[in-house]
Design a protein around this ligand. Structure first.
Ligand SMILES: [Fe+2]
Length: 436
C-alpha cells in the first residue's frame, strides 16, 4: 500500500510499500524516479505519471470537485487507499482537469459556486468526451431538503456530507461496479453493432460478387448454347433462323400460359428465361444426321426419315454428355426434354416414344406447336412458305391430334404475336410433306 501524507514542512511525504500513490507536481526529481522504479520492482502492475498524479493502470480514478477543502481532504483520506484521486476546488478547475484526465467517477458538490453541480452535469453529459463518465453529487446533509426535488428528478445518485467512511466507500464501490457493468454492456452492444454492420457489409459485398459471377456464368452459358444451336442450324440451311423463331414462339406460349394461369402446376418452379434458353437445343441431335439427309432438297425416303427421327435420341445423348462434364441442372434438364419430346404428338402418333396426351412433357408439347408453325411458314427447296393465316388454320386442325388442345387455344389467342418474325416471308404454295 502506498500513502501520501502532508509533511510538517508543508510538502508531501510518501509512505509506500505496495500500490499506487497520489503525488503532487512539486514532488518530482531523483527521489520520485527512484520511488516509481521501486513500485515497479515490487509489483508487476504498471504505473504512469500524468500531470501530477501517479496512477496504476488498474485502479479506478476518482475526480473530486468541491469548493470545500475539508470535504476534499476527507474524501481523499477515505478513498486514496483504494483509488487514484485527482481533485478540483471549482467546476472550472474540473473542466481543466478533464482535459488531461478521464476519471471513472466524478464526485461533484451539488452546490458548488459558479457553475453548480447540476449545470456541470448537464455540460458533461452533452460533451462526447465526458458523456460516459459516471457522476455522483455530494450534498451537505443540512442542504438535502433544498435539493431533494432536483435530486429526485435527476437520474444521478448522491452522497451526503460529512462522509461516513465505510458507507462512503461502499457507495463508491457500488457506483463504480454499476458504471463498469454499464460500460461493458455498451461496449458489447457497440461490438455487436460493429460486427452486425461488418457482417451486413460482407454479405452485401459477397452478394454483389456472386451476382456478378452468376451473371457472367449465365452470359457464358447463353453464348455457348446459342453458338451450339447456330452450328446445328448452319448445317441445316433450309431452316435458317429456325432456332431463334422457335425460341421466340416458346416464349410467347409460356408468357400466355403464365398470364392466363394455365398449366400452373406443370410450370411450378420453372425459370422461364432458362426454359426458353434450353429450347434452343431442341434440334441439337441433328448434328449427328448426315448432310445428304439434312440438306436433301426433296422429300425424305422412309429409311431417310427413320434416320432423321433419331435426332431426338441423339439430342438426349449430347445433353447427357454435357451433364457428364458439369452436373445435371435446370437448363440441361429442360434441354433434354425439349430435344427428346418435341416430335411427340397428342394422339400418340409421334416419335420417338409415341407418347400421348399429358404423358408428353409440357416442353415437348410447347415446342411441337412452335416448331410446326415455323416449319409451315419457312421456305424450303421443295416448298414455298405458308401465310400466317394458313399456318394458324393447320395448327387449329391439329388440335387434339397433333397438338395439345389447350396449347392450340393459347396459340390461337396469341397468334398475332407469332406473326411478327415472319412478316417478310412471301409465298403460299405449301407441299405438306415435311419430315415431321
Ligand atoms: Fe426436330
Amino acid at each position: 500500500m502506498a500513502r501520501l501524507v502532508r509533511s510538517r514542512a508543508g510538502g508531501y511525504v510518501i509512505t509506500c510499500f505496495y500500490n499506487t500513490v497520489i503525488i503532487q507536481n512539486r514532488f518530482q526529481g531523483k527521489f520520485f524516479d527512484m520511488f516509481i522504479k521501486y513500485l515497479k520492482s515490487i509489483r508487476k502492475r504498471s504505473y504512469y505519471y500524468n500531470k501530477g498524479v501517479v496512477m496504476s493502470n488498474n485502479r479506478s480514478l476518482i475526480m473530486l470537485v468541491d469548493d470545500n477543502a475539508t470535504s476534499l481532504l476527507d474524501a481523499r483520506g477515505i478513498l486514496a487507499d483504494c483509488y487514484d484521486i485527482c481533485s478540483a476546488d471549482s467546476t472550472s478547475g474540473m473542466f481543466e482537469l478533464l482535459k488531461v484526465h478521464h476519471p471513472d467517477l466524478i464526485l461533484i458538490d451539488a452546490n458548488i459556486p459558479e457553475i453548480n453541480g447540476f449545470k456541470a452535469v448537464e455540460i458533461l453529459s452533452h460533451d462526447p468526451n465526458t458523456a460516459d463518465i459516471s457522476i455522483m453529487f455530494l450534498v451537505e446533509k443540512y442542504d438535502l431538503a433544498t435539493y431533494q426535488d432536483k435530486l429526485n428528478a435527476s437520474d444521478i445518485g448522491y452522497i451526503c456530507k460529512p462522509f461516513f467512511g465505510p458507507v462512503f466507500i461502499k457507495r463508491i464501490e457500488t457506483q463504480l461496479f454499476m458504471a463498469a457493468q454499464q460500460k461493458a454492456l455498451e461496449s458489447q452492444q457497440r461490438e455487436f453493432r460493429n460486427f452486425s454492420a461488418n457482417l451486413q457489409k460482407m454479405v452485401k459485398n459477397m452478394s454483389v460478387v456472386i451476382e456478378a459471377e452468376s451473371q457472367r456464368v449465365w452470359e457464358l452459358q447463353t453464348a455457348v448454347i446459342s453458338v451450339m444451336a447456330e452450328m446445328v442450324e448452319c448445317r441445316d440451311d433450309v431452316t435458317g433462323g429456325h432456332i431463334e423463331r422457335t425460341r421466340r414462339g416458346v416464349g410467347i406460349l409460356l408468357r400466355n400460359l403464365q398470364e392466363n394461369h394455365i398449366y400452373e402446376e406443370q410450370t411450378l418452379g420453372w425459370n422461364f428465361e432458362m426454359v426458353i434458353q434450353a429450347s434452343q437445343l431442341h434440334d441439337v441431335g441433328k448434328i449427328y444426321i448426315s448432310d445428304t439427309i439434312l440438306q436433301k432438297p426433296g422429300k425424305l425416303t422412309d429409311e431417310e426419315f427413320s434416320i432423321m427421327k433419331r435426332h431426338t435420341d441423339y439430342g438426349n445423348t449430347i445433353i447427357d454428355r454435357i451433364e457428364a462434364y458439369t452436373q445435371p441442372n435446370e437448363l440441361t434438364r429442360h434441354a433434354k426434354i425439349f430435344a427428346g419430346f418435341h416430335h411427340e404428338k397428342w394422339d400418340g402418333s409421334g416419335y420417338p416414344l409415341g407418347l400421348n396426351g399429358q404423358d408428353i412433357p409440357l416442353q415437348g408439347r410447347l415446342m411441337a406447336v412452335a416448331d410446326v408453325y415455323d416449319a409451315l411458314l419457312s421456305q424450303r427447296p421443295y416448298k414455298s412458305s405458308l401465310s400466317h393465316e394458313k399456318a394458324v388454320s393447320i395448327i387449329k386442325e391439329g388440335k387434339g391430334t397433333h397438338f395439345d388442345p389447350v396449347l392450340v387455344d393459347v396459340f390461337i389467342s396469341a397468334a398475332e404475336e407469332f406473326k411478327h418474325p415472319y412478316k417478310n416471308v412471301q409465298g403460299e404454295n405449301l407441299r405438306e410433306e415435311m419430315y415431321n
